[in-house]
Design a protein around this ligand. Structure first.
Ligand SMILES: *Cc1c(COP(=O)(O)O)cnc(C)c1O
Length: 460
């Protein structure tokens, strides 16, 4: 018998894209020019790019060849109908509106459903979701279980909603102020951690008892389904397709960033069970995105998305994908490097407070670590810490989050285990000389979403 841990990739490589490691002096120059902010780097100066898993996946021959069949009709494109069929088949929702990406789906849905003063409770909301809620003068309430915020606790479903916290926020604000409860799978802002089917069903029961709607932010629904199958005893022997249907069965609808689990470079959609909400969304989709049968996507992109939705839910693909992330995380743990445990579905998060205990959180330890990793090895990671958390709008102070993290995000079907062995070795080098790493200060700080455009210098 082969070891269960093998999970070899169910594909081989037909086309490759060269990458280069520029010399150390050139990396130093590039980082200085970028103001110590890796968002400002030219991507060709990056060797291994772990900035995000969004839109960075490798499409298959099936997706590329489907693109040739894209029908670019303004209305009634067969490419739209193929996308709608794929969504119906995989997720079970009858009504489908294409949008150009996930936040566009949020913009349309929220325009139809959210009023000023509303509250949207759920597990951790993704940044764009929260921004779209707050833009409408409504509030996102994080009801994730406490274990999510303890990096060392090995809990199988750290993305779960705490039913008591949910009930408290419903009691406090009243059902009239709650257009829907939102579950994000996997919980991206909470470390790519999954939500159990038991928890989804418990939230659905609760919503039914209160007459509330349930929506799913489903960017990584397939990865979440894989965790349910492998960590929830009751579902171990069920086909992944059935588990996916169960995730959505009791929800009113979902918003999808197809740049994640549908393995396309751009695209998204809203899928709904409720015709009335669909009708309301149609108006905003036409206003913001485009006519109902293309919504900001080209016909060929809808073709790639329809195929990617099927491929992204294939069980041996998911085993290889999640296996790669887990092997990388376990290799770091074995090397003594502090990460959020257990590894989630799409990224490994380094605990920067533990890695650099001598750097105060106000001196951005996770951002300092991102810079050092680039200098060391040409690897681009991203800060999920004090810089990203921005200032408190009320008093103008930094609001250092509980977890100060550096995220190493794994694109789909792009890098091999060898690339990750290289990244691990680079991190081991950094860990050995960690007490020489210095903190940072701003030289330029934009007023909002500062992490994208801020510039820094080392504290001398
Ligand atoms: C990426 C993401 C979004 C936003 O989607 P975009 O395609 O980047 O606009 C929303 N929710 C979650 C959970 C995401 O991961």
């Amino acid at each position: 018998m082969l070891p269960a841990s093998a999970n070899p990739e169910p594909y081989r490589i037909k086309m490759v894209e060269p990458i280069y490691l520029i010399p150390r002096e050139d990396r130093e120059l590039a980082l200085l020019e970028a103001g110590l902010n890796v968002f400002n780097l030219h991507a060709e100066k990056v060797f291994i790019d772990l900035l995000t898993d969004s839109g960075t996946g490798a499409m298959s021959e099936g997706q590329w060849s489907a693109m040739f069949q894209g029908d670019e009709s303004y209305a009634g494109s067969p490419s739209y109908h193929r996308l709608r069929e794929a969504v119906r088949d995989v997720m079970g929702f009858p009504f489908v509106l294409p949008t150009h990406q996930g936040r566009a789906a949020e913009n349309v849905l929220h325009s139809a459903m959210i009023k000023p003063g509303d509250v949207i409770p759920g597990n951790s909301h993704f940044d764009t979701t929260k921004a779209h809620i707050e833009y409408r003068k409504a509030h996102a309430i994080d009801c994730t279980i406490d274990e999510c915020f303890e990096p060392e606790i090995e809990h199988p479903f750290k993305g779960n909603v705490d039913l008591e916290k949910l009930d408290r926020s419903v009691e406090e604000h009243g059902v009239d102020k709650i257009p829907f409860v939102l579950i994000t799978v996997t919980n991206n802002s909470g470390g790519g951690q999954p939500v159990s089917l038991e928890n989804i069903n418990a939230v659905a029961d609760y919503c039914e008892s209160k007459g509330l709607r349930l929506m799913i932010d489903c960017a990584r629904f397939a990865e979440n389904a894989w965790f349910i199958k492998h960590r929830e005893e009751a579902h171990r022997h069920r086909p992944i397709e059935d588990i996916i249907h169960d995730i959505f069965r009791r929800a009113t609808g979902c918003t999808m960033s197809a740049k994640k689990d549908a393995i396309v470079n751009i695209g998204g959609f809203i899928a709904l069970r409720d015709e009335e909400i669909y009708e309301q969304c149609c108006t905003y989709n036409i206003l913001f995105e485009g006519y109902l049968t293309y919504g900001g996507m080209s016909g060929r992109d809808m073709e790639a998305l329809a195929v990617g939705l099927q491929e992204g839910t294939n069980e041996s693909y998911l085993a290889a994908r999640i296996g790669q992330v887990r092997r990388f995380g376990d290799a770091l743990t074995d090397a003594g490097i502090p990460i959020v445990r257990p590894p989630g579905g799409h990224a490994i998060y380094l605990d920067a407070k533990k890695f650099l205990p001598h750097i105060d959180q106000e001196q951005f330890p996770a951002q300092a670590l991102v810079c050092e990793l680039y200098l060391e090895a040409g690897v681009r990671a991203v800060e999920i810490g004090t810089v990203l958390a921005d200032r408190d709008p009320d008093n103008g102070n930094n609001r250092p989050p509980k977890l100060e993290l550096m995220r190493l995000t794994i694109p789909r079907r792009v890098y091999t285990d060898n690339h990750f062995a290289y990244v691990r070795d680079a991190l081991v080098n950094l860990y050995e000389r960690r007490d020489k790493i210095r903190g940072l200060k701003f030289t330029y700080e934009p007023p909002i979403l500062r992490h994208f455009r801020a510039r820094f210098d080392w504290i001398r």
